[in-house]
Design a protein around this ligand. Structure first.
Ligand code: ADP
Ligand code: ADP
Length: 225
């Protein structure tokens, strides 16, 4: 298991918006909740960890990987599920995962079949494996995103505002899946929903206007807030 250590991270966009102002956090294995209102800086922080944008100052370490300076290494161990998760609408879940498994270099057909099947089962999509992704519901797409991320055997999974627009049953299903994954790796859940963090996460931080206001275990943090 790897810890994620963020120190003094700052980011100002070209238009002058200071999105991150010296963010420091230690994120251990397990589910970590990053809670904050719209515009707090959550996506900026997630995108920086995911090597999709640079910071102006500070550092991020995932285990012994220097995230800001070793992007290819990070990408090998990272699963990132952005808010607007795009899928190829005309491919089925099975076809898509099989395709990614081929790209990943799993050449042996039997091995690929077993890998894809295990991921579909883990994400509760096996029954829907032959449905085109364009016909998937929001929740099914999210779970498919997790299956795709897990195919890369990540050490860190980032999920940005995952349950927006999901019905309660789907949210529950998605939450259970995340909890299960959180037993084996760092899972960062970025959200503005307090209950999601208190119900699911072992550790959390509240971010507001680019700064960490509070951090700790959810019960302590919510009492202090
Ligand atoms: P959150 O994910 O918590 O909603 P963001 O990281 O998206 O917060 O945004 C933090 C602040 O940075 C907001 O004021 C937002 O408008 C601004 N921001 C985000 N992305 C950009 C960008 N590419 N260019 C300029 N400002 C941005
Ligand atoms: P959200 O507020 O929903 O988290 P994001 O911060 O992810 O949205 O922004 C969505 C897209 O719009 C990103 O590509 C981001 O860079 C851009 N963006 C967000 N806020 C601004 C802004 N104030 N000015 C310019 N681009 C922005």
């Amino acid at each position: 298991p790897m810890n994620l250590v963020i120190e003094g991270l700052s980011k100002t966009y070209p238009n002058g918006t200071q999105a991150l102002k010296g963010v420091s956090l230690e994120i251990p294995t397990g589910m970590f909740g990053l809670l904050g209102p719209n515009g707090a800086g959550k996506s900026s922080l997630m995108r920086t960890i995911a090597t999709l944008q640079d910071a102006d100052a500070g550092s991020i370490h995932l285990g012994d990987i220097d995230v800001l300076n070793e992007k290819p290494k990070v990408r090998q161990v990272l699963g990132y599920l952005p808010q607007e998760f795009g899928v190829y609408p005309r491919m089925t879940a099975y076809q898509m995962l099989d395709h990614f498994a081929q790209l990943k270099g799993i050449k042996n057909a039997k091995e690929r079949k077993a890998t894809v099947r295990a991921l579909l089962e883990q994400t509760n999509l096996y029954r829907e494996r032959n449905i085109k992704l364009g016909n998937y519901s929001g929740g099914m797409k999210q779970r498919f995103g997790i299956a795709q991320a897990l195919l890369g055997q990540p050490k860190l999974i980032i999920v940005d505002e995952p349950t927006a627009g999901l019905d309660p049953a789907e949210r529950n299903r998605f939450h259970n899946l995340l909890s299960e994954i959180g037993e084996h790796m760092v899972v960062i859940l970025s959200t503005h929903i307090v209950e999601d963090v208190t119900n699911l996460c072992r550790h959390m931080a509240i971010i507001h206007k680019g700064e960490v206001l509070l951090k700790g275990n959810p019960r302590e943090v919510v009492e202090a807030a």
